[in-house]
Design a protein around this ligand. Structure first.
Ligand SMILES: *Cc1c(COP(=O)(O)O)cnc(C)c1O
Length: 418
């Protein structure tokens, strides 16, 4: 059993506040950008530091998180599911209940409010599957910002309904035709726009990635997930969880969920990457399986690349985990032995998607299903007096059509956009 004490007497020794002043998490992170972005990033960092100490900013953000986004989200004991698996009790942090369907709105709101404070009139963002695009478009409608979303042309084809939703909220969706026409190219294009229009424009980056201060700032806007979880878990069980599990794309939902528990060394923290079709090169997005240290889109971290340093193709059934780099803070805590990493295959994620839907009536996002797949494995290995808390990062409505296609359902409607 856990100790019922949750005071910080279990702290990691030599705990320092990260990142350092230049944005480094040990050997990771930093700011590898063209010279033209150096000052805008500095300006953003200093505006952010000021805002977070200003109670006008923090209280406005709290109200928006509550009234617009739907915080706090519930902590739910999945009793049926736990009984079926027959091991540790499984709890779900319900970020899927947030407005626009995932945790992404926490960060979109925080950055939009910061942009308003900085006097910016225009917002740009990248999106892969469309979840970050939808959160950003929604927040821009709320604030009256002009909004442009960069999206790979291939992703636009795969996620036509999300393109329509962004346009309904008034965003311009720009299809990117370069390279593999997916997320990486969309980020390149967004950065190009930012360099050109930096005076009027703020770039809302969608994960705990990129150049400093983004990994720190995005983490901070998601830290509320773990803070709420800690309080709720103690209220419900009298203890901290034994294990916490979250899926890791860039790493924003996971670092937000884990951050308040880094000092609680009795709690095992596990990030789950996309194991794809197999762990062969090009078939997955598990950066810690076959990745190497390198620099991509502003930061130094683990990256899937070939021997010449060219970025590899990646694959995952879930577009939100399908990216060649992992957030720098995750790389750091992996080295420290504080966060463990696992991966789940496309097939295991699909199974978990079906299991949570049938046992609990909750359709999880396919990204989230990777975390669930690993949690089911861990639960079966642990006794009934143990607890596992999974971050249910998003809902599965957006993936229902893809799941139906994979499951071989016939007569599905088609929708395409350009
Ligand atoms: C975008 C997304 C992810 C992956 O992004 P992170 O930054 O790693 O959290 C995970 N789950 C859902 C539901 C998402 O929309």
């Amino acid at each position: 059993m856990n100790s019922t004490k949750v005071s910080h007497n279990n702290t990691l020794s030599n705990k320092v506040s990260l990142p350092d002043s230049r944005g480094h998490f040990g050997p990771y992170g930093g700011s590898y950008v063209p010279e033209t972005l150096f000052h805008p990033l500095q300006e953003l960092e200093s505006a952010y530091f000021k805002a977070k100490e200003d109670s006008t900013f923090t209280s406005e953000l709290s109200s928006l998180l509550k009234e617009f986004a739907g915080r706090p989200t519930e902590l739910y004991y999945a009793e049926q599911l736990s009984e079926k698996i027959g091991g540790a009790r499984i709890f779900l942090k319900r970020e899927d209940l947030l407005h626009t369907g995932a945790h992404k709105i926490n960060n979109a709101l925080g950055q939009a409010l910061l942009a308003k404070r900085m006097g910016k009139k225009r917002i740009i963002a990248e999106t892969g599957a469309g979840q970050h695009g939808i959160a950003t478009a929604s927040v821009c409608a709320r604030f009256g910002f002009k909004c442009k979303i960069y999206m790979g042309a291939e992703d636009m084809r795969r996620q036509a309904l999300n393109v329509f939703k962004m346009r309904l909220s008034g965003a311009e969706v720009h299809g990117v035709e370069a390279g593999s026409k997916t997320l990486k190219e969309a980020i390149n294009e967004a950065m190009r726009d930012w360099v050109t229009n930096v005076r009027s424009t703020h770039y809302i980056l969608g994960s705990a990635l990129g150049a400093h201060p983004y990994p720190m700032m995005v983490r901070d806007f998601h830290k509320i997930i773990g803070e709420e979880t800690k309080k709720q878990f103690i209220e419900k069980t009298g203890n901290l969880p034994n294990e916490m599990i979250a899926c890791v794309g860039g790493g924003s939902n996971a670092i937000g969920f884990f951050h308040d528990f880094l000092d609680e060394t009795s709690v095992k923290l596990i990030g789950v990457e996309a194991g794809g079709r197999s762990l062969e090169e090009g078939e997955h997005a598990a950066r810690f399986e076959g990745g190497k240290l390198g620099v991509l889109q502003g930061c130094r971290t683990w990256i899937l690349q070939n021997k010449d340093g060219q970025i590899n193709q990646t694959h995952s059934v879930s577009a939100g985990l399908d990216y060649a780099a992992i957030g720098p803070e995750h790389a750091y805590y992996r080295d420290q032995g504080r966060i463990d990493f696992a991966n789940a295959s496309d097939e295991d994620a699909m199974e978990a998607f079906k299991t949570l839907s049938s046992e609990e009536g909750i359709l999880p996002a396919l990204e989230t299903s990777h975390g669930l797949a690993h949690a089911f494995k861990r639960a079966a290995e642990l006794s009934k007096d143990k607890t596992i808390c999974v971050n249910l990062s998003g809902r599965g409505d957006k993936d229902a059509m893809e799941a139906a296609r994979i499951m071989g359902v016939e007569g599905l409607p088609k929708m395409t956009f350009a």
